[in-house]
Design a protein around this ligand. Sequence first.
Ligand code: ADP
Ligand code: ASP
Ligand code: MG
Length: 421
Amino acid sequence: MALIVMKFGGTSVADIDRIKNVADHVKREHAAGNKVAVVVSAMAGRTNELVDLVNQATRMADEREYDAVVSSGEQVTSGLLTLCLQDKGVPARSWQGWQIPLQTDEAHGKARISDIIPDDMLTSLDEGNVAVIAGFQGIAPNGRISTLGRGGSDTSAVAIAAALGADLCDIYTDVDGVYTTDPRIVPKAQRLDKISYEEMLEMASLGAKVLQTRSVELAMTQNVRLAVRSSFDDPASVEAVNMQTNSHIGTLVCSEEEIVEQQIVSGIAYAKDEAKVTLVGLADQPGIAAKVFGPLAEANINVDMIVQNVSADGATTDMTFTVAEPDLDRALEVVQEHEDELKFKDLQGATNIVKISIIGVGMRSHAGVAADMFKELSEKGINILAISTSEIKISILIDAAYQELAVRSLHSLFGLDQDDH
Ligand code: ADP
Ligand code: ASP
Ligand code: MG
C-alpha cells in the first residue's frame, strides 16, 4: 500500500467523458489499496477564457480579483471529478486550496507556496477517501485566494506530494512522457525513460511546458519521485501492464546517478515568448551597461540574453537584449525615459524571435558541442542573434521563421531522432 499523488492536466479533464476516464484511473489505484490524492487543472482552454474575461472587464485588474476569477476553473473540475468518483462507488471529497490549507505568499498571480498543513487531508485519506484537490490555487496571508502562475497545477501536485510524504507523484498529461523535444514539432522525437532533475529543470525553464519549472525545482529539493505519463491510456490496460512488469510507464524524473546511459545532449527546448530590444549607437563608455540595466532591474524587468557590438566607428556600440514578451512595452518605456543619459540613436523592439536551447549533463565533460551546433546552423543558413551558455545548456536566439528547421536539424545532429536507434 502506497500513498500516491496523481495530477491531471487540462486536456485530460476537457469534458465529462474524459473526467470519467480520469475517474477510472483513480479508481484503479484506489482499488489496488493505495491512498490517493488527485490534483486537477481546469478544463482545457478554461483558464485562458477566464483571463480573457478579466481583460475585457478592465485594463488594470486588481490582482486579488484576477485570482478570484482565474482560480475558479479548478474548483469546477475538482467537484466534477469527485462526483464521477462517487458515482463509480469510490469515496471521495474535493478540496479547494484554502480548505487544505495550501498557504502561499502574497504575490497574487504568481504566488509561491509557503506551507501546506496536511493534517485534515491525511485524516480523510486514512478513512479511505480519495482527496480531489483543485490545483493552481492557494490562500495568501491576507486571507485571499492566490494562484501559482500558469501551469501551476504541476507545482500544486509536487508540493502536496512532499507535504503528504507521498511515495510517488504521477503527472498525467496528453503525451506519454517527456520527449527529447516537443513531439508536436518533431515527430521523430523520442520518449525518455528517465531524465535528471537538472536537465528537466533546464528543459522546463527554457520552454518545454510539459512541467512547470517550479514543480521540478520543488521535486528536486524535496526529493519527490516525479513521473510524467499519459492519461489517454486505457485504465484497464494500464492495470495489466502495472501488474505484469511492476515498473513504471512514462518518464521518471530522478537524480543523475539513477541514469546509466547518459547522452551528451538529452533534449532540445524552444521558447517563443521572448522579445528583443536593440539600442543603436550608444556611446561606448565605461558604465554604459549599468546605465541601461540598472533602471530595468529597478522596474523588476528580467533581462535574459545580452549582446554588445562595437560599431564601425569604434566610438559607439549597439546593444541587444531580450526580455519576456509581456515585459517588452515596459522595457522600451523604461529605456526611453533614460534617453537623455544614454544618448542612443535609435531604439527598436521586436517579437519575431525564438530561443532554442540544447540541454544535457553530458556537456559538462564534452568539448566542441557549441562548435558543432553553430556549424549546423550556419550550414542551414540560420543567423544567430545572441548566445548564452551554462554548464549543461547552450541557448541561441534566432529569427522565429527558422524555429522548426533549427529544432529539427539540431535534433538530428545530436543523434536524437527515433530511427537513429
Ligand atoms: P497539461 O494540460 O496536462 O498540463 P501541458 O499542455 O501543460 O499539459 O503540457 C503538455 C504539452 O507539453 C504536450 O502536449 C507537448 O506539446 C508539450 N511539450 C513541450 N515540450 C515537450 C517535451 N520535451 N516532451 C513532452 N511534451 C512536451
Ligand atoms: N489551469 C491553470 C493554467 O491553465 C493551471 C494548470 O493548468 O496547471 O495555467
Ligand atoms: Mg501543464
